[in-house]
Structure formats: C-alpha cells, structure tokens
Design a binder for this molecule. Structure first.
Ligand code: NAD
Length: 370
C-alpha cells in the first residue's frame, strides 16, 4: 500500500514524539511492505516564528493533498503573550475548520501493568474501556459574537454557544455506530437542566436512538458525568458530548490511565483526511530533555493505520508491541515508580520498534512451520 502522510510536529515535545512515531511507522512499512511518504508542514509556535502565521496556507495544502495527518502538539511560553490571532492554539482551531474535522475520538483503556500509575484505586480502574466522542465544529469555540464589549457603560464580555441541529445529529449518529461495534451503550452528556442547546442535543439523541434499538441510550448531566468518571468509570462505553464539555471531560478521563502521555486521539473529517494526535500538549517543562513518553503519539499513528488505511493487522502489531513493552516493565518517567530506572523517549521508541520486529520474526518462524 502506498500512502501520503502529512506530518506536523509542532512545538516542544510534539517534535520529539512525532519523530518516534515516524520511526515506528517506517518499521511497520518495512515489515509489511508498504510505502509511506511523509510530507512535513509547520504549525503552532514554530510556524509563527518562520512564517508569521500559526497555520500557513501551505500546511493546509500539504494536509489536503495527503491521505491522513499526524500532528504532534503546539504551544509554549514563548508565544503566551502574543495577541490571540498569533497564538499557536489558533493553528489548531484553524486546521480543524480547514479539514472539516467534526469528531474527536479519545479511547481510554486500562493497561494492567500501569495500574500503579493511576491516582485511582486499581479496583476502580481495572477493565476501564470507553471512548469519548467530542463534537469539534460548533459550540462556544466557534460561535460569534465572541468579544470584549461594554454593557450599560461597564466592561463586559460575550461568547456564543451556537449549534446547528445537523452538527448534533452527525456526531450522535457516529456515537451510535461506534457503540454498535462495542458494548452497545451510549452516554449522551449535556446540561439540559440549564441550556437550550443541551435540550436540542437531548431531543436529537432520542430521535437517533430510535434507529438503534440494539443500543442503550442514557442521558447524563455534565456535572454528574465529571463525578462518575472518577467514581465508576467502568460504567461507560461510548460517551458523546459537545465541544467544550468534551474538552474538559476527556482531559479528566486521561488521568485514569496514569499519564497524558499514554492517550491517543483521532479527529474524523467530513470529506477529507483525518487527523491523528496525542491528547497532550507541548509539555514545555520537559521539552528538549528526551524525557517525553512517545506512546500517545505512537498509538495515534496506530489509529491512523486502522481508521484511515484499513490496516488492522499493522495497527494491532503496534498496539501489541506497546503492551508487551509495558508488560516487560519499561517505563518513561511519567509512568514510572519513584526510584525505578526510566527510559528516554528514544529508548522507548527503540523498545517498541524491537517488539514489532520480534513479533514479525516469531510470525515468520510460525509461517515456516505451518
Ligand atoms: P501539557 O499536556 O503540555 O503538559 C501537562 C503535564 O503533563 C506536564 O507536566 C507535562 O510534562 C506532562 N506531559 C504531557 N505530555 C507528556 C508526555 N508525552 N510524556 C510525559 N509527560 C507529559 O499541558 P500544558 O502544560 O497545560 O500545556 C503546555 C502547552 O501545550 C500550552 O502552550 C498549551 O496551550 C499547549 N497544549 C497544546 C495542545 C495540543 O497541541 N493539542 C493540547 C494541550 C495543551
């Protein structure tokens, strides 16, 4: 298979973990005889420094002409005092718009060997396995007006929560389809006791649910959902919610597995390439020290192979390699116990690549004796 992949490393540890994911993809390409062509683009703070824009048009073009996009992370203190149109995060919002990315999928899975890295008790987190489906195109992040103003002569501010019904139906439909391939339960999170937008959200969820009689639908208020994620996360299968609730809940959920450095995400496009990125940011506190955990980025690349290219076996090979490496006790510092020897980013990447090649060698031997 021949595929073009746009690679946007971004800033801070984004560059370090992206390099690791590319190495893993090259190992997969070699092992399974695929050709991945990587086309590099600038985004975020480094794009501002080089071009004056957090997302130059050229980067969008590179993405549009690719089969999928891999993104590291953007941001850092160097750009914190920039005006809002020149902040690295603007690049993220713009690329979501430019590529028509409407759904962000964040799987939260439990690794038995990492139970000690979680702040929660083992019995609460073991067997946790759910996906948060976050709407990406609407809500407070894009509604207009969004500005400083005055009211009755005094300083005031306004942000707008705007949704078209079509945007709500599209994301809820996706959640039901996903639930069908899993444990057949959708939890729709809203704030219907207060917000009109949430009442439309809830009505729409009910309408769509009628088409999926085999899937259970429950509604949960966002404040309760925030609590249930910590009290009893095993109850969830597919959680679907609007843009801002999804942003907050998915970061909260990320703590369950012990580190932001473990969690991949996929953003699906309406009509173009999908984008895959770790959920963490550019981690300025450890950037440049070769200490970042590359697993979230590597698992994002695995999702790309599965969802964009249909390469299930190759995606599973990466996921199995990650699990084997963790089961063997290898850790980066974010998931290591105090005092234990930890691996650098490059050492962790090397272990994961070696595990992929070991699997390949074993399967060759089995093939020879079959
Ligand atoms: P962050 O995710 O960058 O870091 C939070 C903490 O988690 C830090 O202590 C960091 O060292 C640690 N961490 C994160 N990823 C890690 C990894 N792979 N391995 C080991 N440790 C890891 O969040 P933040 O500190 O709030 O933000 C830093 C910058 O990143 C800000 O400029 C913010 O705007 C930006 N940001 C970008 C994205 C994105 O690009 N999608 C997402 C979140 C934050």
């Amino acid at each position: 298979m021949k595929k073009k992949i746009a690679v946007l490393p971004g800033d801070g540890i984004g560059k370090e973990v992206t390099r690791g994911a590319i190495e893993v993809l090259e190992a997969v390409a070699e092992r399974y005889d695929h050709l991945f062509q990587f086309q590099y683009g600038e985004i975020g703070g480094s794009a501002i420094d080089k071009t004056g824009s957090p997302l130059p048009d050229e980067t969008t073009e590179i993405c549009r002409s690719s089969d999928a996009v891999l993104l590291g992370a953007v941001g850092g203190p160097a750009w914190d005092d920039q005006p809002s149109n020149l902040r690295p995060e603007r690049g993220l919002l713009k690329i979501r718009k430019d590529l028509n990315l409407y759904a962000n999928l964040r799987p939260i899975s439990y690794y038995a060997s990492l139970s000690e890295a979680s702040p929660l008790r083992k019995e609460i987190i073991e067997e946790v396995d759910f996906v948060i489906v976050r709407e990406l195109t609407g809500g407070l992040y894009f509604g207009k007006p969004s500005e400083r103003t005055t009211y009755k002569g005094k300083e005031a501010v306004i942000d707008t929560l705007f949704y078209q019904k079509e945007e709500i139906s599209r994301i809820i439909e996706l959640a039901f389809q996903l639930a069908r391939s899993r444990r057949k339960k959708v939890t729709s999170v809203d704030k219907a006791n207060v917000l009109e937008s949430s009442r439309l959200w809830r009505e729409t969820a009910e309408e769509i649910s009628a088409k999926y009689p085999d899937v259970e639908l429950e509604h949960m208020l966002v404040d309760n959902a925030a609590m249930q994620l910590i009290r009893n996360p095993k109850q969830f299968d597919v959680v679907v919610t609007e843009n801002m609730f999804g942003d907050i809940l998915s970061d909260e959920a990320s703590v369950l597995t012990g580190s932001l450095g473990m969690l991949p995400s996929a953003s699906l496009s309406i009509n173009g390439p999908n984008l895959y990125e770790p959920i963490h940011g550019s981690a300025p506190d450890i950037a440049g020290t070769n200490a970042a955990n590359p697993i979230a980025m590597i698992l994002s690349a695995a999702s790309m192979l599965r969802l964009s290219f249909g390469l299930t076996e190759e995606a599973e090979a990466i996921e199995r390699a990650v699990k084997d490496v963790l089961d063997s006790g290898f850790r980066t510092s974010d998931i290591s116990k105090t005092g234990a020897r930890t691996l650098t980013t490059t050492e962790m990447v090397a272990e994961i690549k070696a595990a992929i090649l070991d699997q390949a060698a074993i399967s060759d031997i089995m093939g020879a004796y079959a």
